[in-house]
Design a protein around this ligand. Structure first.
Ligand code: BGC
Length: 756
């Protein structure tokens, strides 16, 4: 997307900047209060507000943890749900609606989306993030940004970067090797920045490899701006500034919230004393002015939005996000005249969003029980209700007994269970992934009374299902679905909507099986990402670990066939073409997932990695040819030797499937590689020299000069050659009988380097 606003107003931004005093420039780079920026001559103040799945504009006494009240706004499904829709168009529409509500509230920047990777199921804020996969996070995050910014409202892509846990989040150092950092944790951010130019990026609280992200010149300037071409403003997470002068020098433009002038004075002093170049402060102030101009250009006095239409969109989005995990014997959808026992307080008192800064004051709130009664043929008569457990989690044998009676009298029991609100919030992580004991006990009792039991889950991060998944015929993963989630659940239960969500997070058999189990949340201020590249399904697949439900899984009330898969290459990458057929008797939507791998790769790789996907709606019996484009750059790994993305040449395996463990077709395609120029030196190994087109010739010649016997002793004996392979060439110089000295080796290396 080209940012025309910036270009048009560039001259006026510069003129405005030139007229400001040093103090005024410093003041523009920090907030006026909790949510607004400072004004200066010619520069209006603008409002930034949370985000991400609704507009949380506080009425008074701002705080950033959702403590004080905010104006009513549509609470769309949080990212955990939206991500599971895998629906780019839908996320863009939600982004547009968020933009409309922001404009109506005179909000210039909405603080979202959050696209951090779900590294561990324990992550306290997983409900605010889209996926365990970087391409999925990037593509879906882009859609939200595109929709929002199309309304003249800025996005704030957060939390940049590696904010994958809440424990010690304001200090902890995420210690990550460069390949996983680039390929897993930064890749999604890169995608959104390059494709959509969010107006702002929010740096995180934590440190990354020892450096606060709010003062990391490598992250904020080298990577974000120089490599990815980011032209917007970097805002601190609220309170993330550690050292303001170091931050501005590193590329941090706006401190939020206000520090009441204290750190502005530090900036002024740093410029006066010569420790900070005024031009650096000018750059930050220029970006703040540019942002204010863009926000003002997008503002529309008197703008309103259609709250009912947005509620309907929230319902549509929620129903598209629900994942039908299991449906043995087609227990679902329910017949409208079925005798249904709805059990569980969560059916009546929904948990529909997480806690903390994203807490929205909804315009209205549906609950599943009422909505089920609307859809059931004769409402209250067919549908009984028993709360089953107390809202506060206390055990109550009477409530269980009542639920058992209701379940026994019904043809189907629909049991709502989930994670209590106090266990899932910004600011702390979960301790476990277990459902509450009293809910599990209730479930056991209900299953015993009526085996036709459907479980409906409400949770922001995954929960362990392995204790009961094989004892119930149907499980509906209902996440946290926003204010219209109750209706969405009813729609799916009765088949008014055919479920089409797919997991963005693997559901493990046990917490102990997960990748970060031994390295979460770290200790003494450091968390080591010891699993490296192997996050989520990459880990389970590489270790061949059984899971309860794999990444990408989700059922439908119809079935889909994938056929005629072909893969071709073009300059942009791969084009995967296939025919998808709805082979059942209901309309529905399939998520076609494309995974690649490179057998025999020279670098460590996961057995399969998601590289593209598309969601396709098909009427019953309909067939359609669909295309999934895989960008060439998405095939690249980050080569730490040269500090560059590199596409390795070779025959790539392309898997097309309905989940990461339901691969329907496998194909392969030859991809030409990028040339990698690694400078050879005395520490280069014989193996590396042998792999080098020019150096290998010299080596072979040098060996030949030692006589036939020498060459064959080395080359024909695999054990000997393997041993020699790792030998640095410089160490050979001067070995008795080698017949090659250091000078000759240096000449050889120089010639090889010059020739490549
Ligand atoms: C959160 C951000 C949020 C900000 C403002 C911080 O605590 O990490 O996500 O946007 O507060 O409320």
């Amino acid at each position: 997307m080209t940012d025309t606003t910036t270009t048009q107003s560039e001259a006026s931004v510069d003129e405005t900047l030139a007229a400001l005093t040093l103090e005024e420039k410093a003041s523009l780079t920090s907030g006026a209060d909790f949510w607004t920026t400072k004004s200066a001559p010619g520069v209006p103040s603008i409002m930034l507000t949370d985000g991400p799945h609704g507009v949380r504009k506080q009425r008074a006494n701002g705080d950033h943890l959702g403590i004080t009240d905010s104006v009513p706004a549509t609470c769309f499904p949080p990212a955990v749900a939206l991500g599971s829709s895998w629906d780019v168009t839908l996320l863009e529409r939600v982004g547009i609606a968020l933009g409309e509500e922001s404009v109506a509230e005179n909000v210039g920047v909405l603080l979202g989306p959050g696209i951090n990777i779900k590294r561990s199921p324990l992550g306290g804020r997983n409900f605010e993030y889209l996926s365990e996969d970087p391409i999925a996070s990037g593509v879906l995050g882009s859609a939200l940004v595109r929709g929002l910014q199309s309304q003249g409202v800025g996005a704030s892509l957060k939390h940049f970067a590696a904010n994958n846990q809440e424990a010690d989040r304001m200090r902890v150092s995420a210690d990550i090797d460069e390949r996983p950092l680039r390929e897993i944790y930064l890749r999604g951010f890169q995608r959104v920045v390059e494709d959509e130019q969010p107006w702002t990026v929010m740096c995180s609280y934590n440190r990354l490899n020892g450096v606060y992200t709010s003062e990391d010149p490598w992250l904020l300037n080298t990577v974000l701006r120089d490599e990815w071409g980011f032209t917007g403003l970097v805002v601190s997470d609220w309170g993330a500034v550690n050292d303001r002068v170091a931050g501005v020098a590193a590329g941090l433009d706006l401190e939020m919230p206000s520090s009441s002038g204290r750190t502005n004075a530090q900036l002024v002093e740093a410029v006066r004393s010569g420790t900070l170049a005024e031009s650096v402060l000018d750059t930050a102030a220029r970006r703040a002015i540019d942002l204010a101009f863009k926000a003002v250009a997008g503002a529309r006095d008197g703008a309103t939005y259609d709250a009912d239409a947005h509620h309907a969109l929230a319902r549509e989005a929620a129903s598209a996000s629900i994942v039908l995990l299991k449906n043995d014997g087609d227990l679902l959808p329910l017949a409208t005249d079925a005798a249904v026992a709805v059990i569980g307080e969560l059916a009546r008192t929904p948990r529909y969003q997480g806690a903390g800064s994203s807490l929205i004051n909804p315009t209205k709130l549906d609950n599943a029980l009422d909505e089920i009664r609307v859809l059931a043929a004769s409402g209250a008569e067919n549908v009984t209700f028993a709360p089953g457990y107390a809202a506060d989690g206390t055990e109550d044998a009477g409530l269980v007994a009542e639920a058992v009676v209701a379940a026994s009298a019904a043809s189907v029991a629909v049991v709502f269970v989930g994670v209590p609100a106090e266990q899932e919030s910004e600011g702390f992580d979960r301790d476990h992934i277990e459902l509450p004991a009293e809910q599990l006990a209730l479930l056991d009792a209900v299953i015993a009374a009526n085996p036709n039991t459907v479980v409906v889950l409400s949770n922001g991060g995954v929960v362990r299902l392995s204790g009961f998944a094989d004892r119930v015929p149907a499980i509906v993963e209902g996440w946290l679905l926003g204010q219209a989630g109750g209706g969405a659940v009813a729609d799916v239960l009765y088949g008014a909507v055919n479920p089409s969500g797919r997991l963005q997070e693997t559901i493990p058999v046990r917490l102990q099986d997960t990748a970060a189990y031994l390295d979460f949340p770290g200790e003494h201020g450091h968390v080591r990402y010891g699993e490296g590249l192997f996050v989520g399904y990459r880990w389970f697949d590489a270790r061949e670990i059984e899971v309860s439900f794999p990444y990408g899984h989700g059922l439908s009330y119809t079935t889909f066939d994938h056929s005629d898969v072909s893969v071709t290459t073009d300059a942009a990458g791969l084009v995967v073409r296939l025919t998808v057929t709805n082979t059942g008797s209901r309309d529905g939507a399939e998520v076609v997932q494309v995974y690649t791998s490179l057998p025999g790769s020279a670098v460590v790789r996961a057995p399969r990695e998601l590289k593209g996907f598309t969601k396709v709606a098909l009427a019953a019996g309909e067939s359609r040819v669909v295309e999934v484009a895989v960008r060439r750059e998405d095939l690249a790994y980050f080569d730490t030797r040269v500090g560059q993305w590199v596409v390795e040449g070779g025959s790539y395996t392309v898997e097309v499937g309905a989940s990461s463990r339901d691969i329907r077709a496998t194909s392969s395609v030859e991809v030409s590689g990028d040339a990698v120029r690694v400078t050879l030196d005395l520490n280069s190994s014989i193996g590396e020299l042998m792999a080098h087109p020019v150096a290998s010739q010299f080596i072979l010649q040098a060996m030949a000069s030692q006589g036939e016997g020498f060459t064959s002793a080395l080359m024909d004996d695999p054990g000997m050659f393997k041993m020699m392979e790792s030998f640095p060439i410089g160490r050979l110089a001067g070995f008795p009988g080698m017949g090659i000295d250091r000078d000759q080796i240096e000449q050889l290396l120089a010639a090889a380097n010059a020739a490549s």
